[in-house]
Design a protein around this ligand. Structure first.
Ligand code: SF4
Length: 75
């Protein structure tokens, strides 16, 4: 089970541009306005940081999926 996709999921809430994800994992996330996932990142190297950032996002707009799936794996 490796994280292979990370994205901004605004299906229920909007990113508040708080910057918390970038503070946790600036190798993966940038918040120039709304959060963006940096290009070319090997997510498998940052799994704990991605999960921590997703868990800490106040509006749960960070989604991740595993093993090539497009289905959000985190709550
Ligand atoms: S932690 Fe969540 S709300 Fe805050 S900037 Fe990142 S994605 Fe947006």
């Amino acid at each position: 089970m490796a994280i292979t996709k990370v994205w901004l999921d605004e299906s229920e809430n909007e990113c508040t541009m708080c910057g918390a994800c970038e503070a946790v994992a600036d190798s993966v996330f940038a918040v120039p306005e709304k959060m963006v996932v940096k290009a070319g990142v090997d997510f498998s190297k940052f799994e704990s940081e991605i999960k921590e950032a997703a868990d800490g996002c106040p509006v749960a707009t960070i989604a991740w999926a595993v093993d090539g799936s497009d289905k959000r794996a985190n709550p």
